[in-house]
Write a protein that binds this ligand. Structure first.
Ligand code: M6R
Length: 612
């Protein structure tokens, strides 16, 4: 987590740093800071958002054409002014920002303290910085060389950018585990955790790889060496990101904009992947791996959070369409469980950001044991996209709201296309069903448009429930992952406790919670288990629970018994998660607004979880 930016060039750096930090605030927003070099190092930092930082720098000297900035998601030490980044080294001659976690910082700190170093903050970052200063002084080394040597003593993850007043024409950066992009323009260089702060200045970027150290100087430009001191020729990528995608575009919040973007983003996820006549589905990125997937002993899906819910939908899809056994794992559990992984297993790693630390570590584990790893990522060029053998992008466009919405439906779309293609190739999906599914899939964007037209109705509904303290979400079959996702959306942005359950599991425990205070959201489209879910609704009503139900348009049965119904257009039940998740996103959004929560930046969360 944490967002970092840096600049060296001819222009005044402060406006770039502030604008860049605002773009990166989705990565963390508990404190912010900048450091600029203008003869001396000027450092400003505070608890709070980038807007608070702007307030404290309003009347300060912010001149300088070399500088760094940071927006924090606290790992070590409270979010306060002192723990905010950038940090000064002990002698105050070097200043540094860090994203990541230094795991052996306690031992390093003790050693440095015994050598006379004092620490101002509780952070692991300050320990790394003083280690760099110590190596530099002890060995009388140039700063970039000291960084290289110090980093070889460090266990953990980092993306760092630093400069010193002794080398006023140089920025140094390094990374392992946390992302870092370098933008290159005429006589100037930009650094950032992702390309969003950079895109309006240049489209030429270098993605720094793990264990690489970049030295950027005004005279000599960009030089990259590995931690073993081997020189690397930087590979320059062309950015395709559109600036408009990073703005709210007239919506009050990014989350609302992203919910409304879904008809378009789902079309983008399908674009070029379904033949004109609908008879073929092909994902270019995995074409050469399809035989391997079909021959796999099993597919193991690894992901976290919402991406894990998309993985659960995929379990139903792959088993249903292609008859391949699937296991869905939380990446954070999988990586430490000593799992049995066979060489003929295929792993599918799902991640919006492509930077989630647990998912990345699980991928490395699977690769080390010989499995083939396929990625499903949204962010182009992200660490997971690069760490996997092959993969498909979801093409949802930048998702800025911390609560994932369009990324989820884009993931489910891509996974549906994969399952369709595999089922067709294997012969487990009869032509008739394949054709009907493809036909239905193409109609999903216009059906979501219809759901979005019910926004006012959903807003009115939210007024009845915004002060509830608990919610239960139930669904069965393909609607079970939707129930989990609906509950996650509500709890993360409104701070209401919400649980998602398979509807049939209710009688094994959660039914005890039901009384007139308990709103129960039941996802009950016309599908295989419809009658059974209707019985579950009866059971809730018999215990005075309040039922809000998502039903298929024209439903007569549930609408008779549920307290409130939101109708969604009919589709094949395998595609229903793409539609039924949307009213739940809107419900959470409106409830959170009524509770005056910050929907785009909910407390304690960050968009990319690049630490364990
Ligand atoms: O970037 P990823 O898809 O790997 O992120 C995984 C989760 O951190 C993410 O889905 C999280 O649960 C969202 N806040 C959910 O809205």
């Amino acid at each position: 987590m944490c967002g970092i930016v840096g600049y060296i060039g001819e222009k005044q750096v402060y406006p770039f740093l502030i604008k860049g930090l605002k773009r990166l605030e989705y990565r963390g927003y508990d404190s912010a800071g900048v450091a600029l070099l203008n003869g001396d190092i000027k450092l400003y930092k505070c608890k709070g958002k980038v807007a608070d930082l702007e307030k404290i720098t309003k009347d300060q000297d912010t001149k300088g054409s070399i500088g760094i900035g940071h927006t924090r998601w606290a790992t070590h030490g409270l979010p306060n002014d002192v723990n905010a980044h950038p940090h000064f080294s002990d002698s105050k001659s070097i200043v540094m920002i860090h994203n990541g976690i230094i795991e052996n910082y306690t031992a390093l700190r003790k050693t440095l303290e015994s050598r006379g170093y004092t620490f101002r903050s509780e952070t692991d970052s300050e320990v790394l910085l003083n280690l760099i200063e110590d190596v530099q002084k002890k060995e009388k080394l140039p700063l970039n060389e000291a960084v290289r040597i110090a980093l070889s003593e460090v266990v953990g993850a980092y993306a760092i950018v630093l400069f010193s007043k002794e080398n006023p024409d140089q920025l140094i950066a390094a990374k392992k585990g946390s992302p870092l992009v370098i933008g290159i323009s005429k006589d100037e260089y930009f650094l950032a955790s992702d390309a969003t702060p950079i895109v309006e200045y240049t489209r030429e970027v270098v993605y720094l790889e793990d264990l690489e150290i970049a030295t950027i100087s005004r005279k000599e430009g960009l030089k990259i060496v590995t931690i073993k001191n081997q020189e690397i020729t930087p590979y320059i990528h062309a950015l395709e990101l559109q600036i408009e995608a990073l703005e709210k575009g007239g919506y009050e919040h990014f989350m609302l904009k992203e919910i409304y973007e879904q008809p378009r983003s789902i079309k983008d996820s399908m674009r070029g992947r379904i033949s004109e006549d609908g008879s073929r589905v092909a994902l270019g990125g995995i074409k050469d791996y399809e035989d391997k997937i079909l021959a796999a002993r099993r597919i193991i899906i690894i992901a976290c959070g919402t991406s894990w819910h998309a993985g659960l939908v995929a379990e139903y899809l792959f088993e249903d369409f292609a008859r391949i056994p699937v296991e869905v794992e939380y990446a954070s559990e999988f990586r430490y469980r000593n799992p049995v992984i066979y060489e003929d297993d295929v792993i599918i790693a799902i991640s919006q950001s492509g930077e989630t630390a647990d998912t990345l570590a699980a991928i490395e584990l699977a690769k080390s044991q010989g499995a083939t790893v396929i990625g499903v990522c949204n962010v182009v060029g992200s660490s997971i996209a690069r760490a996997t053998h092959a993969g498909s992008y979801t093409h949802a466009g930048p998702e800025i709201g911390v609560a994932s919405t369009k990324a989820f439906t884009a993931q489910v779309t891509v996974l549906t296309l994969m399952a369709l293609s595999l089922g067709r190739k294997k012969g487990t999906l009869p032509d008739q069903r394949f054709n009907r599914l493809v036909d239905d899939l193409k109609k999903i964007p216009s059906k979501i448009e219809k759901v979005l037209k019910q926004n006012d109705k959903i807003e009115r509904l939210s007024k009845l429930f915004f002060d509830a303290t608990n919610f239960l979400y139930l669904g069965r079959g393909y609607s079970f992952p939707v129930a989990l996702e609906g509950a996650l959306k509500l709890k993360e942005i409104s701070y209401i406790h919400a649980e998602g359950y398979p509807a049939a599991e209710m009688k094994h425990g959660p039914i005890a919670l039901i009384d007139e205070q308990m709103p129960v959201v039941v996802i009950a489209p016309r599908a295989t288990h419809y009658e059974k879910v209707v019985s579950n609704i009866q059971e809730i009503k018999a215990r005075k629970g309040v039922v809000i139900s998502i039903v298929t348009q024209g439903d007569k049965v549930v609408s008779e018994i549920a307290d409130h119904c939101i109708e969604v257009p009919d589709t094949d039940e395998a595609l229903m998660p793409l539609i039924s998740s949307v009213p739940l996103q809107l419900l959470s959004y409106h409830i959170a607004l009524l509770r005056e929560c910050n929907v785009d930046q909910p407390r304690n969360l960050a968009k990319s979880v690049t630490v364990e």
